[in-house]
Write a protein that binds this ligand. Sequence first.
Ligand SMILES: Cc1cc2nc3c(=O)[nH]c(=O)nc-3n(C[C@H](O)[C@H](O)[C@H](O)COP(=O)(O)OP(=O)(O)OC[C@H]3O[C@@H](n4cnc5c(N)ncnc54)[C@H](O)[C@@H]3O)c2cc1C
Length: 455
Amino acid sequence: MNENKMNIAVVGAGIAGLSAAWDLTQAGYTVTIYDRNDFPGGRMADVIVNGICTHSGASILFSFNKEMFDLVEELGLSDEVTSFGADFEMNCSDGSMEYPLRVTPSVPFMLAHKALGIGTKAKLTRLLPDIVKSGLMTDPCLMHTAKRFDDETMVDYITRVVSEEYLEKYLEPLFRAPWHWEPEDIGKAYVMSLMGHLVTSDQRTFKQGIGFLTRELASRLDVRLGTTVENVREIPEGGVTLRLSDNDGQRTINVDAVVMAIEGVYVTNVVEGLSQAETDFFDAVRYNPGARVYYGLKQRGVEDKRDWFTRSSPSKVSLFHVTDQDQIVPKGHVQPATIQAELIPELIAQIAEEGGQDRVESYIRDQIREYFPTIDEDVESIAEQWWDAMLPLWPMGYATKVADFLESQETSPKRILYCGDYLSQSHTGGACASGRGIARLLQRSVGEKAHEPSA
Ligand SMILES: Cc1cc2nc3c(=O)[nH]c(=O)nc-3n(C[C@H](O)[C@H](O)[C@H](O)COP(=O)(O)OP(=O)(O)OC[C@H]3O[C@@H](n4cnc5c(N)ncnc54)[C@H](O)[C@@H]3O)c2cc1C
């Protein structure tokens, strides 16, 4: 084992920060992770709120998350992975009809699809060359690998190559229902970085909940929870100073290097002395806000279902997920029967405008009554979720900006390095790959620099 004693602070105990910290610790560095939350995992955690096991973000893992599943294997946790298969289905309504949706649809499924006309089905074949290109030329965990396709919005691309019908009835709900994105938020590069891989992937989680991996990593690392990093600054003598704040007050520490694994939209609030190019990049990072409500029911016996809604439907909720017996929770927790409701982006924007973030449920109770008429008698507990920064957006042009930023980080690395989903892909596999990539970069380059004599 490498006896390198370089001190590294990782800011952010999401999957990106934990993955980076794990690899650096394995390489012999002394690593401490700081997170302002009182739980590890960031947006990949199981958090029990009012007796309900909620997901702090992600619910499924894609089998193409290579770096993540390599890490799972390395940690000896492969037996803990379980698969939903490739063909689990949602029921989608556009206000006039109901039809099935699959994230990884097969050709026969699409050909038999009742919401798509013959013209659309015929034109779907026109996507085939791009599906092949996507599969061969891009990495689904590193969206910037699709930057050569960054020349069109998703809306223009899909309506040009296939049809508006395919966009509105099929693709839009896949992005909008779970992730609260409108198709206008997404560029062709994002689509190209995923579609060739999605068709061959299956969807997974951990038997003990989506947060199992981050909990395991945190238990093997030095993680300081409830600690906000208020300021990070490179010092001319070499090294980096961090100002921390926790229950004991404020303090300052010095380390040799820092991995910033926080949501990109917060970086400029924390890091001092950014170059103009870095400031321009971080100013261009955008996340959407998000809101979700879980209802814990008094009794079991509800029918399991997943109902999704398109933008043309009048629903205030884009997705209802009713689960009678959820076994995929941390050991020891007994999950009640639940209804999970995702709010539509328009309502989320209204709530943000009105400052209603702490009473999200009150905005949808009437809708829930329509969907589940006995809710008032049946509900036992409620867990509300609000994200100011839920998921990075990938508009046209962003893949190119990320590629340029990563290239400059790679070719002239500093003592403060950046990773996370906004630099890779809006999913856990991207964040993990980004964290592992930064650990390799740090070992290659900044590690050497840190051993140079101070000026
Ligand atoms: C609702 C939702 C649904 C999703 N669904 C899926 C899905 O099904 N599948 C999938 O793969 N992905 C999904 N994702 C995306 C996935 O959760 C994220 O891409 C991934 O978890 C991001 O990891 P990260 O480490 O980059 O960031 P995070 O997990 O956000 O970690 C950043 C950490 O930094 C901490 N932090 C921030 N500022 C400071 C500070 N100043 N001081 C100290 N700590 C700080 C935060 O508390 C946080 O813990 C979803 C996300 C959301 C929100």
